[in-house]
Design a protein around this ligand. Structure first.
Ligand code: SF4
Ligand code: FE
Length: 492
């Protein structure tokens, strides 16, 4: 059972009583809802590939707790090789689905809780780490889909959690009982939660001494009493419910991660699912652990998605008959260069990891933040080049029904045919895919997912060691260390 099949994943979701709304209406079955199903298909791919012998090394790992083979999405990073394999897994899945496959948030939250529970025990004499390891073993043995829930609504941005007019703007404890706590609040932009088994709730920010009630990290079943998902509206999402296929663009796998607002309305969390409770000094560290791992990811998943976009764009140039033009080739080269640069930085961040006090492995923080910063630009730049090469039909293409219409269909086809070696619908499908994968939903996810651009810039400045660089400049220009045996010239 350590590796679920895709079918077992879907059936296990069907057994849950997820309380979800899409388009203002309660969903009776998330598995069968056309707006959610593509996102479930994407996660199902993560389960499927783990069973393929050719991907076993990438998609699975050996649990450091049980010695059993487990899905890499439930693994605690043990060394640089694990970090690199994660990025390779993300690129593979990005190439396979052309979208966000959602499980990485839960994976990084799992690792952040593992590391922070250890740190907290060291400092406060608590026993969170043992408790967490028990939970982790159960997650690994059942190959669960986990969603990480970190981003609070935040209310008035100039006010701290404890100063908000509405205390629910940050998830917090409203009642303490001998057997657990009751939490209230919400998390925004929750990737994949609606089709997860478990939600890992983490604090979204560092906290101060008077904010103990906000210092809560815990695991909640996705269908626990009081949990409510309100699905976000995405670009072109009504096309999913209109019954059209081609117009959706990526009909099987959807657009990014199926984000939702998840509300916690007085949710009881038993003690064995609480991994931080009031230790405010550990919250900043937990956020930092999570964000650093997650920022490196984007060089994997977005590179994989860009591979598919490059493919769709290159095929479009063949359909248009422009593929031999040297300017067209150069623009494709630029797309490739941007993509490989992002991937390379993520691999470098992983290759230069370091061990944390708990024994797990952290990526290089500077390179992880550089990776994510690159992505906030390169996804737009690659999308722009795809628009440039594909042409204006991306914005004006008639719908699929027009191609099928007995009166107008012949005109729509006749005037969209370019290279007769290709069926006109090939051009339509490529165009719709490019439209989908460069939609505002995708772009904004690349911009703000794993933290907005400025968050990376702050870390980059902190990590850069500016004082050390000043010393380097002084030393190079006017230093005392000559080349052995040679007295060098100095500024007079
Ligand atoms: Fe994973 Fe990328 Fe989606 Fe984040 S955006 S969950 S890293 S696929
Ligand atoms: Fe994301």
């Amino acid at each position: 059972m350590a590796l679920k099949t895709p079918k077992e994943y879907v059936e296990s979701l069907r057994a849950l009583k997820i309380n979800a709304y899409v388009g203002g209406e309660k969903v009776s079955s998330i598995v069968d809802h056309p707006a959610i199903a593509p996102h479930i298909n994407t996660v199902a791919k993560t389960y499927e590939l783990a069973h393929k012998p050719e991907h076993q090394d990438t998609m699975t790992a050996i649990s450091h707790l049980t010695g059993e083979r487990i899905h890499r999405y439930t693994h605690i990073f043990q060394n640089n090789d694990d970090l690199i394999k994660k990025i390779e897994m993300l690129r593979l899945l990005g190439q396979t689905t052309g979208t966000c496959f959602q499980r990485c948030v839960g994976l990084d939250a799992l690792n952040a809780m593992y590391a922070t529970s250890f740190d907290t025990d060291q400092k406060h004499g608590t026993d969170y780490h043992q408790r967490f390891k028990k939970y982790l073993t159960w997650v690994q043995e059942n190959d669960l889909m986990l969603a990480g829930a970190m981003t609070d609504p935040k209310g008035h941005r100039s006010k701290r959690p404890a100063d908000q007019d509405d205390p629910d703007q940050f998830v917090h404890v409203v009642e303490r009982r001998p057997d657990g706590v009751v939490i209230r609040g919400a998390k925004m932009h929750n990737t994949g939660g609606i089709n997860s088994h478990e939600i890992l709730v983490l604090p979204g920010t560092g906290l101060k001494d008077d904010e103990k009630d906000y210092a809560i990290a815990c695991a909640i079943p996705a269908d626990a009493e009081g949990v409510l998902f309100i699905f976000g509206r995405q670009s072109n999402d009504s096309r999913k419910t209109e019954g059209c296929g081609t117009d959706i663009g990526n009909p099987r796998f959807g657009v990014v991660g199926g984000e939702a607002l998840v509300v916690f309305e007085d949710v009881f969390v038993p003690n064995d699912r609480i991994f931080l409770n009031g230790e405010v000094d550990q919250c900043g560290g937990m956020v930092n652990y999570f964000a650093t791992w997650h920022r490196a990811n984007y060089g994997g998943c977005k590179a994989g998605n860009a591979d598919v976009l490059i493919g769709a764009t290159a095929k479009t140039t063949k359909i248009l008959g422009t593929e031999k033009n040297s300017i067209v080739k150069d623009k494709l080269i630029e797309m490739i260069h941007l993509t490989e640069t992002s991937y390379g930085t993520a691999i470098a961040a992983s290759a230069q990891g370091h061990q944390l006090p708990c024994g797990s492995q952290m990526v290089n923080p500077m390179l992880a933040n550089v990776t994510k910063q690159n992505i906030t630009r390169s996804v737009y730049a690659v999308g722009r080049l795809a628009h440039d090469l594909a042409g204006g039909y991306l914005a004006t293409l008639p719908d699929e029904a027009s191609f099928d219409n007995p009166v107008i269909g012949k005109y729509v086809k006749k005037y969209h045919v370019a290279n007769p070696e290709y069926d006109v619908m090939d051009r339509v499908k490529m165009g719709r895919f490019i439209e989908n994968v460069t939609s505002v939903t995708t772009m904004v996810e690349a911009m703000h997912g794993a933290g907005s651009p400025q968050a990376q810039r702050i870390v980059m400045l902190g990590q850069a060691g500016i004082d050390a660089k000043i010393k380097m400049a002084d030393q190079v220009i006017d230093g005392t260390d000559d080349v052995e045996g040679i007295a060098l010239r100095r500024p007079s």
